[in-house]
Design a protein. Structure first.
Length: 387
């Protein structure tokens, strides 16, 4: 991963809190040696010899390892430099507490497994890679998942109970048929969701779940309406050859090894987009269209104002009917709310409903953003809810 913080310290640092918290930026002591990893994940760090705690962190992913450093070069093994795949505070391993709204259309649970947060079962004959239930390092809450896996409750129950919601750092709401939308649209649901994000929560939403985002944060974006049926859920999906706008995301995608850029050799040799023409990247199964991302202005604490509205990471043409093809539309966006963040993709977080071996380009983008928008930020006062 690029942009991960690596530093060495004489004393063991505090870990990641086990509930939602404000990840405000803090400065390391002047004498602390640190580096940020390059787009290919590499780094060099000059550290005095002796016993040190080496810390590797990005967002709520953090590994703390005590090492003995000798004079001269000290190549660090992967067990020291990799971000962890499970939480074990006693051994210096931290990952975010994640809640996944399990839907029936967007197999994000498989994608999270491929990212390292669960074991996966690979069937090379069927070209499939699926979650092994019980190994996941995240909680699944029902959001119309049709009993695919065992869940701990419904997302409606979760959003109405702040004590439960506050135990999580991240809430994923991939595409669904919106069975619990009324709970999110209730006064209590909107209040809890805003309170949680303002406290540092990260709220990720994709395509047909756009109503869950609009419930509490509708001043951040407007959606195109389906020309035939009305509403923001488009009934004719489209693929979009998008353009990566963020230079750091682009540099990371360029630095990926060839095996990650093209999963087709693992899937019969064809059928999935590949990363071969950056800054262009194909996004598959767009079921929504973002019409506008207006400025959202808040006080900056110094007598001025700052726009905490959406940043566009990837933009691309719509289908030319429900969403215009010119000018290009936002496909991947993130915004600030208090000490937390919201994220939306017009496309499935995973490429499609069916499984496949490996990670598609849009899942690699998701991996980058899961880590990137978990990093520290200024805790501006959130904007007031729209009237």
């Amino acid at each position: 991963m690029s942009g991960a913080l690596v530093y060495a310290t004489d004393t063991q640092p505090e870990g990641i809190p086990d509930e939602v918290y404000c990840t405000e930026c803090v400065h390391l002591p002047c004498e602390t040696q640190f580096a940020l990893t390059k787009p290919d994940g590499s780094f060099d760090l000059a550290v005095p010899a002796g016993s040190k705690y080496v810390v590797v962190q990005k967002g709520q992913f953090m590994r703390v390892t005590e090492v003995q450093l000798a004079a001269g070069a000290n190549p660090l093994p992967v067990e020291v430099t990799s971000l962890p795949d499970h939480r074990d505070a006693a051994n210096g391993l931290y990952i975010p507490n994640i809640a996944l709204g399990l839907g029936s259309y967007d197999r994000l649970e498989d994608a999270l497994g491929k990212l390292g947060l669960a074991d996966t079962l690979i069937d090379p004959g069927a070209y499939s890679e699926t979650l092994v239930e019980g190994t996941q390092q995240f909680d699944m809450w029902d959001n119309g998942g049709d009993g695919l896996y065992t869940t701990v409750g419904s997302v409606g129950e979760l959003v109405l109970d702040y004590a439960k919601l506050s135990k999580y750092h991240v809430l994923f709401m991939p595409c669904s048929s919106d069975p619990y939308l009324s709970e999110f649209l209730s006064d209590l649901g909107k209040e809890n969701l805003r309170k949680w994000v303002a406290a540092g929560g990260k709220f990720y939403v994709s395509d047909w779940s756009n109503e869950y985002l609009s419930a509490a944060f509708d001043q951040y974006q407007t959606f195109y309406q389906d020309m035939d049926f009305g509403g923001p859920d488009l009934y004719s999906p489209y693929d979009s050859l998008g353009t990566v706008l963020d230079p750091d995301l682009l540099a990371w995608l360029e630095a990926l090894p060839a095996a990650l850029k093209d999963i087709n050799p693992l899937n019969g040799g064809f059928g999935h987009p590949v990363i071969s023409a950056l800054p262009q990247i194909e996004t598959v199964d767009n079921w929504s269209g973002v019409a506008a991302t207006p400025p959202v202005l808040v006080d900056d604490g110094m007598g001025g104002q700052i726009d905490v509205g959406h940043k566009t990471w990837i933009e691309g043409p719509g289908d030319g009917y429900n969403a215009p093809s010119i000018p290009p539309n936002p496909l991947t966006i993130t915004g600030h709310y208090g000490c937390g963040k919201i994220m939306f993709t017009t496309y499935h977080m995973a490429e499609a409903s069916d499984s496949y071996i490996g990670l598609t380009p849009q899942e690699l983008v998701l991996l980058y953003l899961i880590l990137e928008i978990g990093v520290c930020q200024e805790a501006f006062e959130p904007p007031p809810p729209p009237r």
